[in-house]
Structures are given as structure tokens and as C-alpha cells.
Design a binder for this molecule. Sequence first.
Ligand SMILES: C[S@@+](CC[C@H](N)C(=O)[O-])C[C@H]1O[C@@H](n2cnc3c(N)ncnc32)[C@H](O)[C@@H]1O
Length: 230
Amino acid sequence: METGRNPDRPDGSRDSDDRYRAHLERSRAVWDRWSDYYGLSERDFEPAREAAIDHLRLEPGDRVLEIGPGPGVNFERVRNEIGAGGELVAVDYSPGMVANARDRIEPRGWENIEVRLADATTADFDEPFDAALATLSLSCMPDIRRATETVYRSLAPGGRFVVLALRTIPSGPARILNPLLWRFFRWYANWNPDGDVAGSLAAVFDECEIVDTYLAGSAYTAVCTKRDAA
Ligand SMILES: C[S@@+](CC[C@H](N)C(=O)[O-])C[C@H]1O[C@@H](n2cnc3c(N)ncnc32)[C@H](O)[C@@H]1O
């Protein structure tokens, strides 16, 4: 029977490599397109982003990783917490978003914020981070579980990963809207059809809790912790 799978890779890994690449490249195209029109989305989620950053419990001097920062909507708030002595490394795969994020940094002289153009799913970092943040970005990644593992590896023991994410409506009559929501986010944000943000966080992190929900439960913030060294 024709399975469409590479006979050298009966586990289908070529299929999944191809899907990974296709998703990543579509993300770049989608987010480059939206990089010129991000103002509304930036304003809409301000209170939820602010609360997510509070959950990081940052201290002056902390080193923070942000994945999928878009045009840098969280930079000012994170910098207010970590001060000039901290460091923020932000990784985004869209050249348009990266250019906008750098445009936000330069006039403000935020020398301790570095924006890297890379796939956050597979990125490698030299030194561990005290905390990590993903607002509205994890569900767009080509392999959510792998992106979560990358963040886990990059955190120092005791480090927190705070994630603000969207999902379909979990309960109640408004669930009737889910098929429409799903299609919209697939088109608008290149949502990963195989991904499970909450499930990946729970599987990879030692502790994980949903601490806030918004919009009939279709947006939530999860706080995940890497266990402290014994
Ligand atoms: C919905 S925007 C979120 C931007 C911002 N964090 C916010 O709260 O508005 C999703 C961002 O994730 C980025 N992204 C998607 N896939 C990525 C990947 N594999 N690696 C890094 N960034 C990625 C997109 O380029 C985009 O900037």
C-alpha cells in the first residue's frame, strides 16, 4: 500500500521533517505579512501580557529568554523589572518582526536587549536563563513539544517559564464557535494543527499550573517551573 512515507524512514520521520519545514516557512510568511499591522493585537492583549510578566517574578539583574516576541511588545515591561543590569534575549523567526523589534530597541538605547533571527524551537544558548516568556507565540511553533524542551534546557534550576496562549473554548455553549475559531487562528496565526501547548508544558516541566484565564477560557496563562537542583 502506498503510504507516502519514505521507505528508508518507515517511522514517517521524513513526513514529519517536511511538515516541520512547511509550517516554519508558512510562519515566516504569515508573520512577515502581519508585521506591518500589529498595533491592534498589541493593544488587545496588554492586560494579559502584563499579568504574565508579573508571574515571572523577575528581579533586577535577571537573564530572560523570550520566544516569539513579535515586534517587542513585552520589552519595556521586562526591562523595567530586570533593569539595565539584566539581559533579555528574544528569538523570532520572522525578519519583519525582528526588524520592528530592533526598531523599538535602538531609539530607546536598550543595550541589554538582543533580538535574534532564529527558529526558537531549535535555538541553542550558551548560558542558562533565570526566566522565559512566550506570549501568544508557542501555538505558532512548528513543534510545540520540542520548543518547550528547548526552553526547559535553557533555564537554570528553579527557573520559570510563563506562557500566555490561546486555545479553543474549553466548556459551555460558546464551544459551538470552536470550529470557526480554529479555522481563524489557523489562517491568521498559522496555529500548529498537531500542537498541544498545555499538554506539552505539563509533560516537560516539573510543575505547571494555569493561573489566569480570559475570554471564556480561550486564553490562559500557565506558569511552569524547572525543579531546583537538589
Ligand atoms: C502572535 S505573534 C506574538 C507576538 C508577541 N509575543 C505578542 O505577544 O504579541 C507570534 C510570533 O511568534 C513568532 N514565531 C512563530 N514561529 C516561530 C519560531 N519557530 N521561532 C521563533 N518565533 C516564531 C512569529 O514570527 C510572531 O512574531
